[in-house]
Design a protein around this ligand. Sequence first.
Ligand code: HEM
Length: 463
Amino acid sequence: MHRPWSNLRARVFPDHWSLLFGQIAFYSFIVIVVSGVILTVYYEPSVDPVGYDGPYAPLRGVEMSRALDSTMAISFEVRGGLLTRQVHHWATLIMVAAITLHLLRLFFTAGFRRPRRMNWLVVFGILTVTLAAALTGTSLPDDMASGTSLAVLDGVLQATPVVGSAISALLFGGQFPSDVLSWFYPLHIVVLPAVLVVLFVAAAVLALRHRPAQFTGPGRTEDNVVGRPATVAAVKSVGLFCFVGGVAILMAATATINPVWLYGPADPANASAGVGPAWYLAFLDGSLRLAPGWEFVVGGKTISLAVLLPVTICTLFLALVAIYPFIEERLTGDRNDHHLLQRPRNNPTRTGIGVAGVTFYGVLWAAAGADTMAVLFHLSVNSLLRLFQVLVILGPPAALVITRRICLGLQQHDAQIAVHGVETGIVVRQPDGGYVEQHRPVDAYRRWQLVGASTEKKTAGQP
Ligand code: HEM
């Protein structure tokens, strides 16, 4: 039986900074688990009301849940408590950013082609489960910001036809906000982290089943791996772990994040102004803001598109991202195994699709901050939302066309450099009186990149 880890010490690992995002995500997960375990010692997942009588004077005497009271105690009374909370939160942001960048790297370099299609699905799974863990985590302190995001979640669920009210009843016990923490707490500290452990193990096993993918370069082919021996790669990886942990602690020690004492206790009758969702969930909020308020009546029931449309579009968008490798394979008919990564410019259509997707996401993301932008730049929030509505429709196709043209231009530029060399800026006069610029031939490594890229173009399928 083939064991993926049996020849681990004999393996060679390619060395490129963009291949590190997956490791950064895993190491920030370890930091999150360690800091999370410490937090569980002091945090109380209870919505029972208490009067605050801790050291933070502005909230003294204010009624709040035990959850917020314990979070306040972690922040102001437990030694190192605030640091631990902030390490937990900053490491979450690092993890979401790293896993998103890893997914983008896989997309733009075609690292998702056979035999790594399952790996793409696993990484996508890690991203969605991490988002769920972050959402349940930010709800735990039961402060005004988390209460507002839960109220939005409940509103979205209630407005989703057929299944929405059942899911809302399940989560919130029929009456918002109820005791949602009794659900979210075990989900947050046991279920979702356990799913993440399974997904990380699956990612590691899948990665070890094949030789690592590598960028084109001198001597690199589909049949070999040029890189560092496993022992060197392991030592570097331990260094990376220390670096990730160090950065999370440094950020936690120097930059405040989620100052719940400024927001106060959650109150379903109020919503906090100026507090937006976490950046990684902002695109969902933006989609709600951009949806037109259309509604129609079916069989005596009012269906509002203001929520249904963004929920459907965002679900469709995420589903398309998840199954993209399978769509591309179907369209190109390319069922070969690939171990050499592609340069984004060498597949203009895929790169264009990727930039279109990023543009779509980016416009939704920016729309979530429309009210803050309106206040900051003295603009009408309605005009801003109208602008974003136009951009979300016209932006992605425009991005696709422009990106394709840029990629084709870069390909031509590559071909010129491979044939004529690099421009030196030195202009010489020829015997016949004409002027020409001297070109310097490119070095072997660069030519290999350029020539290797053009051979890769012939072998790889293009959608
Ligand atoms: C990938 C997994 C996880 C993510 C993304 C995550 C994220 C978060 C976030 C963003 C918060 C809010 C922090 C704040 O108050 O500013 C939080 C709170 C919390 N998390 Fe996690 N967490 C994860 C795993 C864990 C684990 C494994 C544990 C414990 C075993 C844990 C225990 C807690 C506790 C007790 C709180 C409430 C304390 C507080 O907010 O101060 N978390 N989590």
